[in-house]
Write a protein that binds this ligand. Structure first.
Ligand SMILES: [Mg+2]
Length: 178
């Protein structure tokens, strides 16, 4: 499979896994179990199969993401991971997105190749918009408002469920490959 040009940065909670199913360990707060949103696991694996580089850009503890993703699959679905515990800052900090770019060895002129997919308007969407990459709102979650309060929270694209990411990715891939 030929590597795609589009690089997909993606959030975890309520974008890939259902936050209401997270089981946390007391007292350290590590999530040791969480269920995927319907269709999310299949979408993640299909995107990987189609050659899209996937990068986890998520707030939380490294051990949580190791347990949710790395222990579940034989091979990590992610090419790289920018995790707030390691980065030292949380989204919408530009440091989270910059770390993801650095790990993928992407230069500033390559921002047009990147989308950030997330459910949180203030963190994922405003963060990506300010950083200068395209934003995709995953509007599946019933727990957060999906109505932008400011211009900065306005997503470039909006999807209602994980599977829609496949078609959107293909569309953007075509656009940027011309
Ligand atoms: Mg989230």
């Amino acid at each position: 499979m030929k590597e795609k040009k589009l690089v997909i940065f993606i959030d975890s909670g309520d974008t890939l896994v259902d936050e209401s199913t997270e089981i946390r360990k007391v007292p350290d707060g590590v999530v040791y179990e969480a269920q995927f949103i319907p269709g999310a696991e299949e979408t993640l694996l299909e995107l990987k199969k189609r050659g899209y580089p996937l990068v986890l850009v998520a707030d939380g503890l490294k051990e949580s993401f190791d347990r949710i993703y790395e222990s579940r699959f034989l091979e990590s679905p992610f090419r790289a991971r920018a995790i707030s515990e390691i980065v030292g800052e949380r989204k919408p900090s530009p440091k989270m997105f910059q770390t993801a770019m650095d790990l993928m060895k992407l230069g500033p002129e390559e921002k047009s190749r990147i989308i950030m997919v997330g459910n949180n308007l203030a963190r994922d969407i405003a963060g990506a918009n300010r950083f200068g990459i395209r934003s995709v709102l995953m509007a599946w979650s019933p727990r957060y408002s999906m109505t932008p309060k400011t211009e900065e929270e306005q997503p470039d694209y909006r999807i209602e469920k994980p599977e829609e990411l496949l078609e959107l990715a293909e569309k953007i891939e075509q656009e940027i490959s011309q």
